[in-house]
Write a new protein. Sequence first.
Length: 153
Amino acid sequence: MGIVQLQKEEIKEALDLVWAVFQKFDAPDYSEQGIEEFQKFLFFHSNIEQYKDGKVSFWGWKEDEELAGVIATKGKNHISMLFVKKEYHRQGIARSLFNAVEEACKSIDGISEITVNSSPYAVAVYNRLGFIQTDNEQIVNGIRFTPMSYVMK
């Protein structure tokens, strides 16, 4: 089917997908504190309020009406989530979701880069998308991440 901008009523399904994929691929690299902190980050009501205030945006990849992948931005150009269900890995869904964010950013004056704090699991994915590491891996409240940046062409 393809990419859709997610609506308010689809956010819970998106957050559930993110949590399930996080548990499978990212949680093994995180401390208990990091897992709990990520779970707090996914708190539904907080995300809905930010969505209503225009502080976060969500896109999804739907395959036969099933949500297969999610990308979210905080602000205009910081990727806060990029998760794809295991059975849909290596099919170009993450790239397509990223391309949707890049196109949205291109339409905003003054934005020349997209940033992300990548989990250890996703660093290689972001490298393939054209991101470069801007600092060493860090740990904040148990969350492991590598700051990365993509300069738009």
